[in-house]
Design a protein around this ligand. Sequence first.
Ligand code: PLP
Length: 369
Amino acid sequence: MTDRIAYTKPSITELEVAYATEAARTGWGARCYDYIFRFERAFASHLGTAHAIATSSCTGAMHLGLAGLGIGPGDEVILADTNWIASVAPVLHLGATPVLVDILEDSWCLDPAQVEAAITPRTKAILAVHLYGSMCDMDRLLDIGARHGVAVIEDAAEALGSEWRGRPAGSMGAFGTFSFHGTKTVTTGEGGMFVTSDRALFERVSILANHGRDPAEPRQFFPTVTGYKFKMGNVAAAIGCAQLERIDELVAGKRRILARYRDLLSGLEGVTLNAEPEGTVNGAWMPTAVFAPETGITRERLMVAFEQAGIDARVFFWPLSELPMFEARPENTRARDIAGRAINLPSYHDMDEAAQVRVAAVVKGLFKG
Ligand SMILES: *Cc1c(COP(=O)(O)O)cnc(C)c1O
């Protein structure tokens, strides 16, 4: 029996171990924020944003950002129907209304024409989620946002290392969010980051992130608004500092894996992998294969074949509108259709050639049979 091939796993070296150990030994009392501040500064500088706030998760960072924009009951937030629940849950928790639009065939990201058509006087934000490393069309979204006076925000959890015309994913909107969950390109176990270059928004979010305590408030333990507690711990931040020193290597590893899949599957008619159109870079967080309808290859067949081969593949995100807590959106035909004939392929950083060949062989086998 050959070893089971994992879907993702982090790349942890002696550097992460050394920083985490150092934080566990010394990062207390007066030094309990050292690695957190260092991680925030290093991340902002890497991305080219003015500010960054480390959080306990990307979901928490999104919640803070939406709250910082004042989004609440009666407001609408437009996002793609194809998304993980984490992007939309904070919208719901804040009492706002998600408006789910269809995706584009190639990038699997929200369709700008449908975004524009969905704008109403209640629209407060367009939530651009760069799916599986693919970039949303930021030129068109930023233009729509500017013309309608609506904030464009970026969930870049899957797009560390992705770029749009030389600008990093997460750095272009009113704010951006990132995840350092164990499956992501850079990990702290659990963790996230809020980034922005808008000073006023940064100050509002800083207060919200610190239980509503305003640094200008002279009284101790005197919150001036009801805030949140979504903070990252110092030991996690120490691991993040080490990962960030290795970010070029980590992203390059992911890109090498995606490129290798492109090679291995290039002879097959009707397989499309993650898009990387001219003027963009795909950080290649999650190699994903979509099969043309003519191939007859479905999610169900893929899951059975990978399971039998001892390979941990995952399904493409279900349309949110197919989940029980949302209203059905049968008009979002691409979101529904693509999910039924696609699969996420394993892509842990140190995946070797032989493992990728085994994955490709499963796909090739489906074409024969
Ligand atoms: C992973 C992910 C999240 C959630 O990140 P957490 O850190 O687990 O909250 C949010 N959005 C997208 C697009 C993700 O891929």
